[in-house]
Ligand binder design. Structure first.
Ligand SMILES: [Zn+2]
Ligand SMILES: [Zn+2]
Length: 336
């Protein structure tokens, strides 16, 4: 089978690999579509501290179950599934309280183990979620990116009367806009980014007001409006301090960034307004919820997708995704 392998940092190849057999408790998925994420690019360039090489990348993928391992119901063969990349031990403290995404032995498919930019991939059977017919194949790999927004908003508990501010109109910011508007009915969603094309996309995805902070600081443009809910989906270390300064008293701030650089903030900046800070990584069992949102039409994944490429053009697809954020948002690979 053909697989996208990062042999070592910087070295991406489309390799011929042996077809994997599903182990006990696993299914094998004949991958149909897979979407490219920033973390795939990071593994390619050697910027992901968890990646082990060589690695088949890809953690946002959809396909058909074509084989099952021992102990898995054989009637699942042929099922259309989206695969949750979070593989957890099931018995450590975070697993025991429903947070497998921070399992002490966390294995992320496409990061710690081989992923979905491949004609076939194996995964635990419980990670393969059956999709209703109403979710089309070509959008089914978009379940995973929406689980990121589902996870952070589960902590933030958005309310219709919130004034929400989202930093960054990339895929994470855009999915967050859709979830705040479509699922939670937040009346005011504000978005800040530095690219006008991305801000236009934010508006198409439901943002009520957009701000470009490339020349004028956001504080000067908000004219005293104090957001009550803030999501940092731009993930720059400077954003936490700015968020705390702009936030309403009693606001909630959600962080999605993974930078190793320190952020500088005083206790007073947080405590004087009694701000709540939430962090969110990957997703904890959010696939069923997002599948339901898509089925009900509460979210529109097609609004993020700008390109489709065949698997053979992986390097072109990854390069476009990385270098051209003005014309490119979600890029989906077609395996067939
Ligand atoms: Zn991702
Ligand atoms: Zn665990």
């Amino acid at each position: 089978m053909k697989s996208v392998v990062i042999e070592q940092p910087g070295e991406l190849v489309l390799a011929d690999r042996p077809l994997p057999a599903p182990a006990a408790g696993e299914v094998r998925v004949k991958v149909q579509f897979a979407s490219i994420c920033g973390s795939d690019v990071h593994i390619w360039h050697g910027h992901n501290p968890f990646a082990k090489y060589p690695r088949v990348i890809g953690h946002e993928f959809f396909g058909l179950i074509d084989a099952v391992g021992e102990g898995v119901d054989a009637s699942r063969v042929g099922e259309r599934v989206a695969v949750d990349p979070v593989v957890s031990c099931g018995h450590c403290y975070p697993c025991s309280i429903g947070r497998p995404n921070v399992c002490k032995e966390l294995q992320v498919i496409g990061v710690h183990r081989d992923g979905g930019f491949s004609e076939f991939a194996v995964a635990p059977a419980k990670n393969a979620f059956r999709l209703p017919a109403s979710i089309p194949d070509k959008l089914a790999s978009m379940v995973e990116p929406f689980t990121i927004a589902a996870n952070i908003t589960a902590f933030l508990k958005p309310q219709p009367n919130d004034i929400a501010l989202i930093y960054g109109a990339g895929p994470m910011g855009l999915t967050a806009i859709q979830v705040l508007k479509g699922v939670y009915g937040v009346e005011q969603v504000l978005v800040v980014d530095r690219l006008p094309e991305r801000l236009a996309l934010a508006q198409e995805n439901g943002a009520d007001r957009v701000f470009n902070n490339s020349d004028i600081p956001l504080a000067a443009q908000l004219e005293g409006v104090q957001p009550t809910l803030i999501i940092d989906a731009a993930c720059h270390p400077s954003i936490l301090a700015e968020s705390a300064a702009l936030a309403s008293p009693a606001a909630r701030i959600g962080l999605l960034g993974f930078s190793g650089e320190p952020c500088s903030i005083t206790q007073q900046a947080l405590t004087s307004k009694e701000l709540s800070l939430f962090t969110s990584r990957l997703n904890s069992n959010r696939f069923p919820q997002v599948i339901e949102w898509m089925e009900k039409g509460l979210i529109q994944p097609e609004k993020l997708v700008t390109h489709y490429f065949p698997l053979a053009e992986i390097e072109r697809a990854m390069t476009l995704f990385e270098k051209d954020p003005r014309t490119c948002c979600k890029v989906i690979l077609h395996m067939g």
